[in-house]
Design a protein around this ligand. Structure first.
Ligand SMILES: C[S@@+](CC[C@H](N)C(=O)[O-])C[C@H]1O[C@@H](n2cnc3c(N)ncnc32)[C@H](O)[C@@H]1O
Length: 436
């Protein structure tokens, strides 16, 4: 399973199962967030994300390095603290209207050892929010907004216009919840190209009444993926919700990857055409219609494959942590720990593996068995290793598929040589792999 952060989606789900009964007993709020409208009990919609889900949430982003992160409606910090752990060098800005939130979030950030953090008590729906936050723009944003119906304010027209979402004026105000207004505010504060992940209610991705909103989002944003969360992802409710990960760029009509987090981790993503995604974006729908992909190639999923740089002699003489084919000896291929930390920038001639990278032997007698995912640490790579980077939702599928019987047979088929075998990069890119 993916272990980009210190926890995998599988761990998140098992943890949730354990606490499921406790949640049920504590409060039975039914599906009020499911409807996205009925947070009658709390006008601020304070349903906090389970911290385990926060960790799985940050692993859905592609971006390896972030400079400045925004969390609107940060609450007690489940998403922010997970973000601080994943992007430890980033400056983080949190904003919440609830006066109580600040002390919890400061505690969380202190326990994560993150100091570059500023918190603002403010109304996210304020049209002057950018002035209150200051001039700086963010290159990454995390958000679990309140799912409440908001009364239309004059300032909303300006917020939507600044966010490039003018067309949402045409949407009946009943379909415009606080979640969409939070997204619009994020866009006003985000750099072009910023990567943004927002947890949204089921109604927004599947209900007929939200069709125009989905169309507007797909036009204005480059939606990369939608991941259905397990029930019980939030404290105090069994609501169904989804994560949408997008870039602050105009939609290009590319297929959207739709998957879910289940007991086996993140499922193999189903590519859904943008026009179909406007109709519905929920994994349950596409899974039940059995549009399941059978095979894929690394080229088709836009994998980046680079070869390590150190010769064996250079590796032996090197004083820094190096990963070579002899290093494929840890128990689980999904949780490899490398011993290095700050090795400087990756560049040609000095290729570095870091968390989230898939490593595969390029030259070896048993290269088909030598595959792993880096969960922690960094290391220089020898020229007998390929480093494979794939979109976040594909990582588990690629590793599971390559490690399967069929995947190993395919690697043997395309590799060459007697004794030590060798794998060509182009052949690897075009290898037909059956999705597991
Ligand atoms: C669903 S909770 C999510 C909290 C946190 N992000 C998490 O995932 O656990 C929504 C948060 O938004 C805050 N909130 C609601 N309306 C707000 C507003 N108008 N301005 C700022 N914060 C608001 C609430 O206080 C709450 O902390």
């Amino acid at each position: 399973m993916r272990r980009l952060a210190s926890i995998s989606a599988t761990d998140a789900v098992s943890g949730l199962r354990r606490s499921e009964q406790a949640i049920r007993a504590r409060v039975d709020l039914g599906d009020r967030m499911l409807q996205g409208l009925g947070t009658r009990g709390d006008p601020l919609g304070r349903f906090y994300t389970d911290p385990l889900i926060g960790q799985a949430f940050v692993s859905l982003f592609d971006r390896r390095h972030a400079t400045s992160i925004l969390d609107l409606g940060s609450g007690r910090g489940s998403l922010t603290v997970a973000a601080a752990q994943r992007w430890s060098n980033a400056r983080i800005q949190t904003i919440d209207l609830d006066l109580d939130a600040e002390k919890y979030i400061r505690l969380g950030m202190a326990s994560a050892g993150h100091q570059a953090h500023e918190h603002l008590v403010a109304d996210v729906l304020d049209e002057d929010l950018p002035e209150k936050v200051g001039q700086s723009r963010f290159d990454l944003a995390v958000c679990n907004p309140p799912y409440t119906r908001v009364r239309w304010r004059n300032g909303f027209a300006r917020i939507l216009a600044d966010a490039g979402m003018n067309h949402l004026h045409a949407v009946p105000p009943t379909a415009l919840g606080s979640d969409i207004m939070f997204v619009a505010q994020i866009l006003r504060l985000a750099e072009p190209g910023a990567e943004i992940g927002v947890i949204v209610p089921d109604g927004l991705v599947s209900a007929r009444r939200s069709l125009a909103v989905r169309q507007a989002l797909l036009e204005r944003l480059r939606v990369m993926r939608i991941v259905q969360l397990p029930r019980g992802s939030f404290r105090g409710t069994e609501a169904q919700a989804h994560v949408i990960v997008f870039r602050n760029e105009r939609g290009r009509g590319d297929p959207v990857e739709i998957s879910n987090i289940g007991i086996d981790g993140i499922s193999s993503p189903i590519p859904v055409r943008a026009e179909d995604a406007a109709f519905r974006m929920d994994f349950s729908f596409y899974k039940s219609t059995k549009i399941v992909r059978r095979g894929f190639t690394l080229r088709a999923i836009q994998a980046e494959i680079v070869r390590g740089s150190l010769s064996s002699a250079a590796a032996r003489a090197c004083g820094e942590p190096v990963f070579h084919t002899t290093g494929f000896d840890q128990t689980s291929p999904f949780t490899y720990r490398l011993s290095g930390q700050s090795l400087g920038a990756d560049r040609p001639g000095r290729r570095i593996a870091e968390p989230g990278d898939i490593l595969l032997a390029r030259v070896d007698r048993e290269l088909q068995r030598k595959i792993c995912v880096v969960a922690r640490g960094r290391a220089l790579l020898t020229d007998c290793i390929y480093r494979i980077r794939v979109p976040a939702t594909w990582r588990d599928t690629v590793v599971r598929s390559l490690l399967s019987e069929g995947g190993q047979a395919a690697l043997l088929r395309v590799s060459r040589g007697v004794g030590a075998r060798m794998l060509n990069r182009e052949d690897l890119l075009d290898l037909e792999i059956e999705a597991q």
